[in-house]
Design a protein around this ligand. Structure first.
Ligand code: CA
Length: 422
């Protein structure tokens, strides 16, 4: 597919994340108090909340963009998603009618502050990248037992916390927790010393279910995708994770990029999951190409210093697609809701420089990486800013996600100190 040209010049650049081919959905404000729904186009945001208020859009009897997030719109279902996208394309394509009228609703992106684009119903995180699972398993259990016996048969997941999902740009405070090194006799309560990132994609459920769904049905239920950084406290994780999996080590924060890239924008970039080592049970088998070719990278900038790209990888490295994860999630009859967020699991590639976490990049701290500033890192330091970027690369255009950033704040001196504390 080639670039669809828009009458908004900045959308025709080969370097913008937001050409007409993309049209991602976000929530923005230009003054804190009034959060509106917007669609990114080049370096502008089309204010669809105001358009709806003025009677330009009639998607439903009720205003769907009044609350300033995309949850009510998602609930209208795939037929309305498709109609709306077609209408947006017609409004913004080169030669469109009523350009002056529409231009009144364009806001400069650099004047906008971004907010969470949907009400996160629940958050589930998976462990579905083979290179990541093999690397982590090798470090924790040895190369012989790297992949748990169930790993090639199902996408392993755990129920995370929706309450700590934050939008790109939110600062993340280093947590306190229980730590116990293998050499220590008893645990202690202290600030995390091995704070880490996980480079992931997030899939957003846009259609609910009330019973098991097939992989093909699951794919149709997905509204769109975001970049996701699943902040991880490795030392807390190592002590707490058996037998029920990660708990507080993953609960501090999960950062998502501000723009939901609609599944429709990613259609030209669909690709197959990697070859199966053992056949999957029929209910989890691929129903067609359900991964996407999306180039991904992670930048790390120490406080006040230039950024180093510490990893480059691709979403197509995943062993399981989000549709397979969603189908697996529903097998017990677990209802899935509009606004459920599914983390893909860390996306590491086969090479050293394509690993999606510092745990892997520094091999558990044994092989610190060197930044362009000359500093080294095994895990995150206070003041470090991480930036995840991703884009599906077309012929002369890119369908990008915008940046997914966060800066590490130092741990509090006393995590329990607050007004009124007992
Ligand atoms: Ca994760």
């Amino acid at each position: 597919m080639t670039l669809l040209r828009s009458w908004i010049d900045s959308a025709n650049s080969a370097t913008t994340d937001f050409p007409l081919n993309n049209l991602p959905y976000g929530s923005f404000s230009t003054d804190e108090s009034h959060v509106r729904c917007g669609v990114a186009i080049g370096d502008r945001i089309l204010d669809v909340s105001s358009m709806e208020e003025d009677g330009f859009l009639d998607l439903s009897e009720e205003f769907v963009f009044a609350v300033g997030d995309w949850s009510d719109f998602m609930a209208l279902g795939p037929a309305v998603w498709a109609t709306f996208r077609a209408r947006l394309t017609a409004m913004l394509v080169e030669g469109a009618a009523d350009q002056t009228e529409i231009a009144r609703y364009l806001v400069p992106m650099d004047a906008a502050q971004m907010h969470l684009p949907f009400a996160i119903s629940e958050y589930t995180d998976f462990y579905a990248g083979r290179h990541h699972a093999t690397n982590v398993g090798t470090m924790f259990r040895g190369a012989e037992n790297a992949l748990p016996p169930n790993w090639l048969h199902m996408p392993i997941g755990y129920n995370g916390r929706a309450s700590s999902v934050v939008v790109s740009g939110t600062e993340v405070r280093r947590p306190w927790g229980q730590l116990k090194a293998p050499t220590e006799e008893t645990p202690r309560f202290a600030p995390c010393a091995r704070f880490d990132l996980e480079l992931e994609m997030g899939a957003i459920v846009g259609v609910g279910s009330d019973g098991p769904v097939s992989v093909a049905e699951a794919d149709a239920m997905i509204f769109g995708y975001v970049l996701l950084n699943d902040w991880s406290a490795r030392d807390i994780q190592a002590w707490e994770y058996q037998p029920l999996g990660p708990f507080q080590s993953k609960a501090t924060a999960t950062t998502i990029s501000p723009w939901i890239v609609p599944k429709a924008a990613l259609e030209p970039f669909r690709c197959e999951t990697p070859a199966r080592e053992v056949p999957l049970l029929p209910h989890l088998q691929d129903a067609g190409p359900m991964l996407y070719d999306i180039a991904l990278e992670v930048g790390l900038a120490p406080e006040g210093a230039a950024e180093t790209v510490i990893a480059r990888t691709n979403y197509r490295e995943m062993y399981y697609s989000s549709a397979q994860q969603l189908a697996h999630h529903s097998t017990s009859g677990c209802p899935m809701n509009v606004g459920d967020l599914l983390g893909s699991g860390t996306i590491s590639g086969p090479t050293k420089d394509s690993r999606g976490s510092l745990l892997e990049l520094s091999w558990g701290g044994k092989e610190p990486i060197t930044l362009e500033t000359g500093e080294t890192r095994s895990f995150l330091e206070d003041g470090d800013t991480l930036t995840l970027r991703g884009a599906a690369l077309g012929d002369g255009y890119r369908v990008g996600f915008g940046a997914c950033t966060g800066t590490v704040l130092p741990a509090l001196a006393d995590p329990f100190a607050r007004e009124g504390a007992l």
